[in-house]
Design a protein around this ligand. Structure first.
Ligand SMILES: NC(=O)c1ccc[n+]([C@@H]2O[C@H](COP(=O)([O-])OP(=O)(O)OC[C@H]3O[C@@H](n4cnc5c(N)ncnc54)[C@H](OP(=O)(O)O)[C@@H]3O)[C@@H](O)[C@H]2O)c1
Length: 236
């Protein structure tokens, strides 16, 4: 167990932005604990994987325990796991509501509590969470109340955490993406989704990963919700 190398936990790490985030932090020399329901063991000794539902407090506990047991500390938590269901408001089912609140809210809450408790021991740490620009800029034709309800909560909680822990060495920030070319969006939808952005195109996963690693390297930045959205939040 090395106690000097920095350690990041990445949720939703089996594919998409989360999997790219794992690669980026490994390149920066971090040890990584990667979690998702379908995550597979890694050949890289600097990556520990924990399979489980992130909305379950037992998964959150196993992930943070693994970080401490394998790598000795927790420096950064990337709350990336998330689900998006676009439906007209009255058509959302109780199952949709349960799925979205489980991943987006419970999946933020339990692991953030446990990670912050570890960070408090070393008087330093960083929580970075992924929201969506729809929270600040709803789009006609993209009905997304449950995304706004849950991710809006994360944006607000990020500011709250930043202030509560500002004098204790723990920062909290968020990245607010536009629509990003990840497995969430089939190729055939890209042209139409790109057109929703003032810049006329979708973002790349690297745009979000670069924002996450920037925030992680910025000691004077806390309580920030960094929009990486092709100009969406600025207007149309
Ligand atoms: N792509 C976009 O356009 C976009 C825009 C705005 C915000 N975002 C946000 O960015 C983040 C990453 O999105 P993405 O595009 O990379 O999505 P993605 O390709 O669909 O990946 C989502 C990840 O979340 C994990 N996940 C889903 N349900 C889970 C559960 N119950 N327990 C544990 N893990 C679970 C999935 O792994 P398993 O299925 O293996 O569990 C997967 O690794 C999300 O928070 C999303 O809301 C994305």
């Amino acid at each position: 167990m090395s106690n000097s190398q920095k350690v990041v936990i990445v949720t939703g790490a089996s594919q998409g932005i989360g999997a790219e985030t794992v690669k980026a932090f490994r390149k920066l020399g971090y040890n990584v604990v990667a979690t998702a329901r379908s995550i597979k063991p890694s050949d890289d000794s600097g990556i520990a994987t924990v399979a489980g539902d992130i909305g379950d407090p037992a998964t959150a506990r196993r992930v943070v325990e693994e970080a401490v047991k394998r790598f000795g500390r927790v420096d950064t938590l990337v709350n990336n796991a998330g689900v998006f269901i676009a439906k007209p408001f009255t058509q959302y089912t109780p199952e949709d509501y349960a799925t979205i609140t489980n991943v987006n809210l419970s999946g933020f809450f339990y692991i953030t509590q446990l990670a912050v408790a570890e960070m408090e021991k070393q008087k330093s740490g960083h929580i970075v969470s992924i929201t969506t620009t729809l929270v600040d800029h709803a789009v006609d034709g993209v009905p997304s109340v449950l995304a706004s309800l849950t991710k809006g909560g994360i944006a607000a909680a990020t500011r709250s955490l930043a202030i509560e822990y500002a004098r204790r060495g723990i920062r909290a920030n968020a990245v607010s993406p536009g629509i990003i070319k990840s497995p969430m969006h089939p190729e055939e939808t890209h042209a139409a989704l790109g057109a929703l952005h003032p810049v006329g195109q979708m973002g790349e996963m690297s745009d979000i990963v670069n924002a996450i690693t920037y925030l992680d390297s910025a000691p004077f930045v806390t309580g920030e919700v960094l929009h990486v959205d092709g100009g969406q939040v600025a207007g149309h």
